[in-house]
Structure formats: structure tokens, C-alpha cells
Design a protein. Structure first.
Length: 237
């Protein structure tokens, strides 16, 4: 049976490919991520299909712009009825506050449950060298911590970070804060472009509330078997 802590990333570029995967995975997956690749190809229908199938949806569009544009975009996305949505924490306090206000206001108007907002901190494909190259002044750990603190103060429900930073965020932002970690690699999978990664069970032990896992499941020879191996690994954690 599925575990809501595991979010499978549907990084495919058509509704047909998405439906095939969802059918293959059946009841081993209850929570899916719709990211840029799928949303830019298939649009809102991807979210609608998954909701019709009774799945939870993480709409990961990583919104990033000036506060007014972000507020209006988050308002529009709220109407799709996803459970989780992302924006970039580096957009700053005012941008995050605009998003937090928009999602609350729009959900109340529609009388729907409010999608939870997550601030993306430092991408899991970035290591310390790449971080310095783009002007990172403090370590990745310090920068993620700072963004997580700012996100909470701005009314955001959680963060997206690597599992390496989960422990400190959990200690700082408390038990109810959502900590969603991509950069998850079961021992049977390869790293691909991920730089800050760990196993599913370690990420949960470190305080992650949800794990985003894409290629180790979706590109496996047998995706359902891969998902089930991961479920077995985290049982009891
Ligand atoms: O920092 C981040 C933020 C988002 N992602 C997304 O998670 C999945 C990971 O996929 P894998 O195939 O398991 O590497 C992918 O959709 C990314 O867009 C991330 O990896 N890191």
C-alpha cells in the first residue's frame, strides 16, 4: 500500500505517458508531483486527471517573480486544487508574503482546502562549488537555514531542500513545518544530476516530512517494483 510521504515525480512530457505510469504504479503511489516538464506540455489537465484518480498532487512550478506577479499567479494556480505548490524562497519576504496571502484568500473564496505553499531553498543539484560560482556568500547549509526561517516568518508552510538540511530546519521550524526533500536515492539507484542526496530512510530519520522521488521509480525497468522496494525500506521509519 502507498505511503503519503513518498511523492513520485512525473517528469514526462505527455498526458499519455503520465497516465501509463500512473496505471502501472497503481495503488503503490498516492502522491504525485507535476513539474515544469509535464505542466508545460499538458497543462492543468495533468492535475485534473490525478485528482480524478483520487491522488494527492504536488504542483512544482517554482514560481519566482515580483510580489504582485507571484501573488496573482499563485491565485490562479490555487484554482487547480493541488495539495502542495512551490515558489522560490530567494524571491524574498515580500514575494512570499504576497503568495501566502493570495493562496489563503483565493481558497477561502472558493471554499476549498488551501494548497500548502513550499519555498524552494537551494536546489539539490547544487554543490558548494556551484553555489560559490553563482555568488553564494554563506555555505549552502547557512543559506538554506536562513531561507527556511524567512519562509516561516512570511507565512509559508514548508520548504524544499536537500535531505542534508532537514534536521536543522526541523529543529528550527518545529514539528508542523513541511520539509519536502528531493535528492533521494535508494541504494539501488544512480545519482544522475543530484549532488546533495541520501536514501529514503535516512531522509525521514533526519526530519523530512515528504520525499520526492522521480527517476529511481519512473525510469526503473519495473517502476512498481521500485516503488514497493522504497515502501519496504521506509516501513517503520
Ligand atoms: O531542489 C530541487 C527541487 C526540485 N527537484 C525536483 O524533484 C524531482 C527529483 O527527481 P529525481 O528524478 O528523483 O532526481 C525532479 O522533478 C526535480 O524537478 C529537485 O530534484 N531538486
Amino acid at each position: 500500500m502507498a505511503d503519503d510521504r513518498i511523492i513520485t515525480a512525473l517528469d514526462v512530457h505527455s498526458l499519455e505517458d503520465m497516465k501509463k505510469l500512473v496505471e502501472t504504479l497503481g495503488d503503490s503511489v498516492s502522491f504525485y508531483k507535476v513539474g515544469m516538464e509535464l505542466f508545460y506540455s499538458a497543462g492543468p489537465d495533468a492535475v485534473r486527471y490525478l485528482k480524478d484518480q483520487g491522488k494527492h498532487v504536488f504542483l512544482d512550478l517554482k514560481v519566482h517573480d515580483i510580489p504582485n506577479t507571484v501573488g496573482q499567479s499563485i491565485r490562479a494556480l490555487t484554482r487547480l486544487g493541488a495539495d502542495l505548490m512551490t515558489l522560490h524562497g530567494t524571491g524574498g519576504r515580500a514575494m512570499m508574503e504576497a503568495a501566502a496571502e493570495a493562496v489563503r484568500d483565493e481558497a477561502a473564496k472558493l471554499n476549498i482546502e488551501r494548497p500548502r505553499l513550499l519555498a524552494v531553498t537551494v536546489l539539490t543539484s547544487i554543490d558548494e562549488d556551484a553555489w560559490k560560482e553563482i555568488g553564494g556568500k554563506y555555505s549552502i547549509a547557512e543559506s538554506v537555514k536562513n531561507l527556511a526561517k524567512l519562509a516561516k516568518e512570511a507565512g509559508i508552510d514548508g520548504t524544499v531542500s536537500s535531505p542534508y538540511e532537514a534536521k536543522e530546519i526541523r529543529e528550527m521550524n518545529g514539528p508542523d513545518f513541511l520539509i519536502v526533500t528531493p535528492g533521494i536515492r535508494p541504494t539501488f539507484a544512480v545519482a544522475n544530476d543530484q549532488k546533495r542526496f541520501t536514501t529514503p530512510s535516512q531522509a525521514l530519520r533526519d526530519g523530512a516530512s515528504h520525499l520526492v522521488i522521480g527517476r529511481p521509480i519512473t525510469k526503473a525497468a519495473d517502476p512498481k517494483e521500485a516503488a514497493e522496494k522504497i515502501l519496504a525500506e521506509i516501513q517503520g521509519v
